[in-house]
Structures are given as C-alpha cells and as structure tokens.
Design a protein. Structure first.
Length: 526
C-alpha cells in the first residue's frame, strides 16, 4: 500500500464526555464491533485490574473518575482507527488538552438524561479552539431520559453548533423501540442485550411502513411528528461545516445494549477526516511527506507499576516509522534509536513494526523525551500547539524525612516532565513549589510520590497565587529582571523562568516597570 493510501485510511479520534455518560462502555463496544476484543467486559475488567495492581489508581476508583488517558488501535472496514481516551475529571483538563492536540476528530458522548454537562462543555471548547470535527452520541436511550427535541435544542444552544441528526429515537426507557435512520429511511429495531453484534438487528423500511405504526403505535406517533419537524428545521449534513467544527452529526443509542454503536463507528470511518497537515515553527508538514516526523503529546511514568517504565506517546505526523529507525530530537539535536517502541493494539502493548501519520506510538525512555518534543529523521522541526497553562493553584512541598529529599526531587522531576503537575524551583532555593490547574492533581502527586517513589511528602500553603513565564528579546534585560526579582523567580521543569506573584496587582506593577519583559500565561515548548 502506498504512503498516501496508508494515510487516507487512518482515523484518529478522542472520546470526550462528562464522567458517567458512558465513555468506558462505548469504548468497549467500539472495540467489540471492530473485532478488536472478543467479549464485552474486558475494558472494564482491565480498569478493575489496574485498580488492583496500582495503588494510585485507588484515587480514580474512590472518585469514580478516569485519571489516566490511554490509547487503543483497531482495524475496522479498511481503516486503521486510533482511539484516545481522555480523563473526564476537570482537574486533569491540561492532560486532556494535550491529548486533543493529537487527534483529528472527537466523539462526544452525552447522557440523554443529563444533557450537556459541565465537563463536556469545557472539553468542547478545546475542540472548538482547534476546529476539531465532532460526532455526537446521545447515550442511555433505554432509560427515562429527556425528550429528544429538547436535547437537540440544548446541544445547539450550549455548544453554539448546528446539529444534524442522523438517527431519531422512537420512545425511550422501557418503551424504547429503536431509532429511525433518517438518511437510509428505515427503522432499526431495539433489542436489549449485551451480546449482540452487527448483522442480527431487525430493520423496517420506510417511515410509512404500517408495521412500524402497528407495532409501536405510541412511540411512532410522537416520533413521526418529531421527524417531520427535524427534517424541516434541522440543517442537512454539510461536510465542510462538519470538518470546520461548526456542525455535528448526532446519533442516538444505548451503548450498554450495543445499540447505535455500529452507526457511530461507521460515521467515524465515513465522515471523520484522515490526518491533515500540521504547523511547525519552520514550516507546515504534510502527512504524506516521505520523511518521518512526530510530536510527543503525553508522557506517562510507571504505566505498569511492575515495570517502572516511562512512556512517551508520540503522534506520527508524517512519513513512515519503522522499528529500529534512528530519530532526532529537535530540541537538543540528540539521536535516539529505540528498539522497543510499542503500539496499543486492542488493549495490549505490542512491539510495533511500522506506523504512519495519525498513529500513536509509545517510546519507553528514561527522561530523554519531554512533552512537546518533535522527532524527525534529521530535519530540525518544532511542531507548535502543545501548550502548558500557568497554574492557578500553588502548594509548597516538603518531605517528612529529610533523608528522602533526593527521592522527592527525582519523583517531582519525572512527574513534572510527565505534565501531571508543574514543578517550580525557586531561584532563591528552599521549598519546591507545585503548580496545578485542579486541586485533585496535588492529591494524585502526593499519592504517586508515596507509592511510586517511596517518598512521604506533605503539602504546605504558599502565598503565591499566580505565575507568568517571562521572556525578553534582549537576553541582558531578562537577566537584569531576574536578578532584580530573584526572590520571586522560579524555574519550571524545562528551566523556563517564571515570575511568581501573590496578587494580580503585583504582576501589574512588574509589567509596568519592566516594559521590555513579556509575561506569558501560556508556554508552548522549551
Ligand atoms: P464513563 O466511562 O463515562 O464514566 O461511564 P461508564 O461507561 O463507566 O458508564 C457509567 C454508568 O452508566 C455505568 O453504570 C454504565 O453501566 C452505565 N451505562 C453506560 N451506557 C449505558 C446505557 O446505554 N444505558 C444504561 N442504562 N446505562 C448505561 P454503573 O452502574 O455506574 O457501573 P457498572 O456497575 O455498570 O459498571
């Protein structure tokens, strides 16, 4: 197969949702329909196994949230589908943001009883900022949920997007009869059950088919009126609008009953775009360029506690990756030649032979690779768009046992590079500062320091409430600024200097006094 064909058959997307909407269930069913797993239950079982083997996942269990994101690859029809999971909890939104920079589309799962929820909105804003195309799945139609017209209306209002229904539900809860496929003009009859897969559902053709009206008189009457309305009022599906992130196709279903799942998977293959070009500082890189390039969007330490490894997740952006090939890290010009690069086929980590644009590969390393790193076959390239946000919450961190200071530093260095938390080293010395966007990040870090690094750390209050990275075109001016403000300067994981303030007014004063210095609330890469 040619490089062009390989790229054209890739689909890389993330699932986004508010916790409990059914993301895990849907993920599992997508894998099931793609034939990547044989029986339902294995994703959940794996979730459970992780809980058992990894202590820090207890936090996830206790709070019923999905802390870590993961990657799954499957083949469906002629396509290679890469699915990236995202943490649902808002305190991990930075991690999610970075995952979303690695996908070409998103699948949004909505709980039909709850409609659009807070976390869905936040994630959606991230997608909108990047014009990521979004497919919507309205889940749990087998429950007593909100009226479908209501849901559609809310989607349009809160998401600020046009909605193009592809299916329409007949009834809900115990009266859920199935969905009407608006484009195919047929009804797919609902039957409860987890073990069904494609090919065995009953289909009734045509809206005026007397059998539909006869078998489901109540549901049909309402649905018929709604469908007429939707056909009149809703905009037709417009591919260009969808690809620009301004219109979302909507599907109704019940993930737990395997219902409506195949339609979503087909939509991903038929509607979602293959990998596109990507901006780098130097130039734009096209996915079909023969030379390999990729960007590290996520680093995870100790994925498997029994191995104590550290994996850099890299999205291939162009060319062809082959096992054993030499790659250059653009940040420092170093060559690496990893032999044990892994892919994430159906839940297992497997050695990877080759990969193309859109694929996600995992490179085990010991700190050589950092978030935002660009790898190439030699050309110096730096992909843009992988941001770090200035933290909004700060805590000092100390070890209870002074003899463990080394472990603390080592642990924080790794967790900082992973992006789990931001670590600031005050220029004046003293307590390390942790910066986070969400409170839960602190808890996870303290927990992980203990379980993964054997280091009993405690948090201490700090007066700082803001940090701004500082840069200046004039190196000497920057040095003067740093020297004059030494007690307020701290360095982050990649040694970028930041100015710390206890309140906004202080920042304002500094900005006015030091005109040439630039203060940034966001940093892109080292
Ligand atoms: P998440 O990853 O988005 O957090 O959601 P998850 O799939 O874990 O689903 C959350 C709950 O919703 C689970 O119930 C799950 O079984 C249920 N669920 C998912 N899809 C459907 C659906 O189509 N219909 C109905 N009725 N329920 C659905 P739970 O009781 O919290 O967990 P469990 O005991 O079933 O594992």
């Amino acid at each position: 197969m040619s490089l062009e064909q390989e790229v054209a058959r890739r689909r890389t997307f993330a699932i986004i949702s508010h916790p409990d909407a059914g993301k895990t269930t849907l993920t599992e069913k997508l894998l099931l329909f793609a034939g990547a797993i044989q029986i339902a239950g294995s994703v959940k079982a794996r979730k459970a196994a992780r809980h058992a083997t990894s202590d820090w996942m207890e936090i996830e269990k206790q709070r019923g949230i999905s802390v870590a994101s993961s990657v799954m690859q499957m083949e469906y029809r002629d396509c290679v589908v890469n699915l990236l999971d995202t943490p649902g909890h808002k305190d991990f939104s930075e991690d999610t943001y970075r995952v979303l920079t690695a996908v070409d589309a998103a699948l949004m799962v909505i709980d039909a009883a709850n409609g659009v929820e807070a976390q869905t909105l936040r994630l959606l804003e991230v997608c909108r900022a990047r014009n990521t195309p979004i497919i919507t799945f309205i889940n749990k139609m087998d429950r007593e949920v909100r009226a479908p017209l209501d849901l559609i209306d809310e989607l349009e209002r809160t998401l600020g997007m046009d909605v193009a229904p592809f299916t329409w539900p007949l009834g809900m809860g115990k009266d859920f009869a199935g969905v009407y496929e608006l484009r195919e003009d047929r009804m797919r009859v609902f039957r409860a059950g987890e073990d069904r897969i494609s090919g065995d559902e009953e289909v009734l053709q045509g809206l005026d088919n007397p059998e539909i009206a006869g078998r489901y008189p109540m549901q049909f009457e309402t649905a018929h009126a709604e469908i007429d309305l939707v056909r009149d009022a809703a905009p037709p599906f417009d591919e260009a609008e969808f690809l620009a992130g301004r219109q979302t196709p909507v599907f109704f279903g019940s993930a737990i009953n395997n219902f409506g799942v195949k339609e979503v998977l087909d939509a991903l293959v038929d509607l979602a775009p293959p990998p596109g070009g990507r901006p780098a500082i130097q130039r734009r890189v096209e996915p079909t360029e023969p030379k390999f390039s990729g960007v590290v969007f996520k680093i995870q330490a100790n994925m498997d506690p029994s191995h104590r490894d550290r994996v850099a997740f890299l999205r291939v952006c162009s060319g062809h990756f082959e096992r054993g090939m030499r790659m250059k890290v653009s940040r420092n010009g170093k060559d690496i030649r990893p032999n044990n690069v892994v892919t994430f086929l159906s839940q297992r980590r497997e050695l990877l032979e080759e990969a193309y644009a859109g694929d996600i590969i995992g490179i085990p390393n010991h700190g050589t690779l950092q978030l935002g790193d660009t790898l190439t076959e030699g050309e110096t390239l730096q992909f843009t768009g992988l941001p770090f946000f200035a933290p909004e919450l700060f805590q000092g961190v100390e070890v209870r046992d002074p003899l463990k200071t080394k472990q603390l530093r080592a642990g924080l260095e790794q967790l900082g590079e992973e992006g789990a938390i931001q670590v600031f080293r005050p220029l004046a010395g003293g307590t390390l500062l942790l910066g986070a966007v969400g409170q839960l990040q602190f808890e996870v870090v303290i927990h992980r320091l203990k379980t993964e690094y054997g280091c009993d750390a405690r948090l201490e209050g700090t007066r700082y409430t803001m940090a701004r990275w500082v840069t200046c075109d004039d190196e000497r001016e920057l040095k003067r600024f740093i020297d004059a403000n030494a007690h307020r300067i701290a360095y982050d994981a990649v040694n970028a200097p930041a100015f710390l303030a206890t309140m906004r007014a202080e920042l304002k004063v500094a900005e006015e006094k030091w005109e040439k210095i630039k203060f940034h609330a966001m940093r892109e890469h080292a």
